[in-house]
Design a protein around this ligand. Structure first.
Ligand SMILES: [Zn+2]
Length: 222
C-alpha cells in the first residue's frame, strides 16, 4: 500500500486529490498550512473532508513566517482583484515560494513517518501565474526530495497536466461534495463569485458536467 502525505488546503483541487488518494487505496495523512491567509475558512473544509474520510489531519502553523512573505493579497493588506484567474492582475495573489515551503515541511514529515510520497494538487490552470505549480518545478523538486531523503520520497502531482474542469469531473465521479470546499480568496462568509478563483470555480463546475470523470481518472498516476 502506498503511503502518502497529502497537502490539503480545503480548496477544490486538494480536496479532490485527498478523495482520489483514498479511492486509489493509499494510506493517507493530511497536512494543511496556516501561513496567515485571509481565507482561513478553507482550513475548516480541509478538516471536514479529512474527518469524512477518516484521514488524520494536522494544521501546520507557519504564521511565524507570515511577515516575511506577506506582500501577497492572500496574506497582506493588498486587495484581492476581481476578474479572470489567469489575468496578470492575479499575480498579487502569489505567496512567494508557497509550494516549496509547504512541500519542504511535508517531505520532512513523510521521511519521519517512513512514508513513500507527498501529494499536492497543483494543476495546469495554475501554471500561468504561479511558477511553483509548473511541471518543471515539481519534477525538479521531486528529484531533489529523492536525493535528500533516505526513503527517496517522491512528489505525486497527478493534476499537473489537467485542467480544473477535469479535476471537478474526477471529483464528481468519486463523490466529492464541492459544497464542502472553499475557493474564494476574499475571506467572506460566502463565495463572492467575482474574484479570480471564484470565477474559475464556477467555470470548472459547469464544464465538468460535459467531461467523463472515469476516463480522466484512468489517465492519472498517483
Ligand atoms: Zn471570490
Amino acid at each position: 500500500m502506498t503511503k502518502t502525505i497529502a497537502i490539503v488546503s480545503g480548496g477544490m483541487d486538494s480536496v479532490t486529490l485527498l478523495h482520489l488518494l483514498k479511492h486509489k487505496g493509499h494510506e493517507v495523512e493530511a497536512l494543511s498550512f496556516d501561513y496567515g491567509q485571509k481565507h482561513r475558512k478553507e482550513l475548516d473544509f480541509a478538516w471536514l473532508n479529512c474527518g469524512k474520510l477518516g484521514v488524520k489531519h494536522q494544521i501546520v502553523d507557519l504564521t511565524a513566517i507570515t511577515p516575511l512573505i506577506s506582500n501577497s493579497a492572500l496574506t497582506g493588506s493588498e486587495e484581492v482583484p476581481d476578474g479572470h484567474y489567469t489575468d496578470e492582475s492575479m499575480k498579487v495573489t502569489v505567496v512567494p515560494n508557497r509550494n516549496m515551503i509547504m512541500l519542504a515541511v511535508a517531505i520532512g514529515y513523510a521521511e519521519n513517518l517512513g512514508f513513500d510520497q507527498v501529494a499536492i494538487g497543483n494543476h495546469a490552470g495554475d501554471h500561468a501565474i504561479y511558477p511553483d505549480c509548473r511541471t518543471e518545478f515539481v519534477e525538479a523538486l521531486s528529484e531533489a526530495s529523492q536525493l535528500g531523503t533516505y526513503n527517496k520520497i517522491k512528489l505525486a502531482t497527478p493534476f499537473t497536466d489537467i485542467s480544473k474542469s477535469d479535476i471537478a469531473a474526477v471529483g464528481n465521479e468519486i463523490g466529492v461534495d464541492y459544497r464542502t470546499t472553499w475557493s474564494c480568496y476574499k475571506g467572506g462568509d460566502k463565495h463572492c463569485n467575482t474574484c479570480g478563483t471564484c470565477v474559475e470555480r464556477l467555470e470548472a463546475l459547469d464544464e465538468a458536467k460535459q467531461i467523463d470523470g472515469k476516463s480522466v481518472i484512468a489517465r492519472l498516476t498517483v
